[in-house]
Design a protein around this ligand. Structure first.
Ligand SMILES: NC(=O)c1ccc[n+]([C@@H]2O[C@H](COP(=O)([O-])OP(=O)(O)OC[C@H]3O[C@@H](n4cnc5c(N)ncnc54)[C@H](OP(=O)(O)O)[C@@H]3O)[C@@H](O)[C@H]2O)c1
Length: 283
């Protein structure tokens, strides 16, 4: 990965931090996106302790804020003349319905709309750096989402907290399907993955009986290094240089749910997301 520039969101902990570390070990220049600048710097310093010569920098942005995503994209485009890999990794499980400053449900905004907008804003830079890759971290939890409540998606007034996370992970796959289609012929691929169930901070806000089960299960799961394997594979392996639109588990292609393969739903999500993110469809 020497000579390549990779941007990893949510690299302050868990799978994202491990992904950034592995990419740095492979020689890439790594840009860490952190919502908290100090946490970003701590992660950068930790990675440098493992890889003293790592080319690693941090940019602060809260992905749940459309304004901050726009500022992030501007900063990346001003500071870097290439972007070979974008890893959309950041994610949350919000246990209460919370709205962002844009009036959007937090899990939807963080896990789907922020990454959607970021990818679209840096798309030109990715295309100019081709061959390039977009890697999006989804989850096998997407299979729990059996329908898409289109009208309720942005504000999540009806959906309970148990639904918003699986739904957001379903949207990650539909986004990848449509993105891959739209990137045809550009030399930029788009793939997504389930990292496995991994011991990270993700379930920290899950409360009650479900929280107890999550924490118990996670205690016996492998650590984030295992969770980063498929992200790093999709970001760097020559084996899948020309593969696009795929969903991967343990570095192998896997079949997501039937709904995640619905091309009409993918196109509808794209149009809705453009509208919500304020992107011009004709750009
Ligand atoms: N762990 C699992 O078993 C598992 C299974 C399937 C899928 N996944 C997926 O893996 C990805 C990484 O999760 P993880 O397990 O590594 O959890 P984690 O340790 O909680 O890491 C999540 C990362 O996302 C960042 N983040 C959260 N909200 C953000 C926001 N609004 N703006 C910017 N960054 C934000 C966090 O930053 P802070 O440090 O500031 O909190 C953190 O760096 C997620 O997409 C998750 O859905 C995880």
């Amino acid at each position: 990965m020497s000579g390549k520039t990779c941007l990893v969101t949510g690299a302050t902990s868990g799978i994202g931090k491990e992904t950034a570390l592995r990419l740095a070990m492979l020689g890439a220049t790594v840009i860490i996106v952190a919502r908290d600048a100090a946490r970003g710097e701590t992660a950068r310093d930790e990675i440098r302790r493992h890889v003293p010569l790592a080319q690693i920098e941090t940019v602060a942005a809260d992905l749940s804020s459309l304004a901050q995503v726009r500022r992030l994209a501007d900063e990346v485009m001003a500071r870097y003349d290439r972007l070979d890999v974008l890893v959309n990794n950041a994610g949350v499980i919000s246990m209460r319905r919370q709205l962002t400053a844009d009036g959007l449900e937090t899990t939807f905004a963080t896990n789907h709309l922020g990454p959607f907008l970021l990818t679209n804003l840096v798309r030109g830079l990715l295309e100019r750096s081709a061959p390039a890759r977009v890697v999006t971290v989804s989850s096998a939890a997407h299979k729990q989402a059996r329908t898409i409540p289109w009208d309720d998606l942005p504000r999540g007034a009806q959906a309970g907290h148990a639904q918003t996370y699986p739904l957001s992970k379903l949207l990650n796959i539909l986004f990848t399907v449509e993105l891959a289609k739209r990137l045809t012929g550009t030399g930029v691929t788009a793939n997504c993955l389930h990292p496995g169930f991994v011991r990270t901070a993700l379930g920290r806000d899950v409360t009650g009986a479900l929280g107890a089960v999550v924490r118990l299960v996670l205690r016996i799961q492998p650590g984030p290094a295992t969770g980063a394997e498929t992200s790093v594979y999709l970001a760097s392996s020559p084996e899948i240089a020309d593969v696009t639109g795929g969903y991967f588990v343990r570095c192998k292609p896997a079949e997501p749910s039937a709904l995640a393969r619905d091309a009409r739903a993918a196109a509808r999500l794209w149009a809705l997301s453009e509208e919500l993110a304020g992107l011009d469809p004709g750009r």
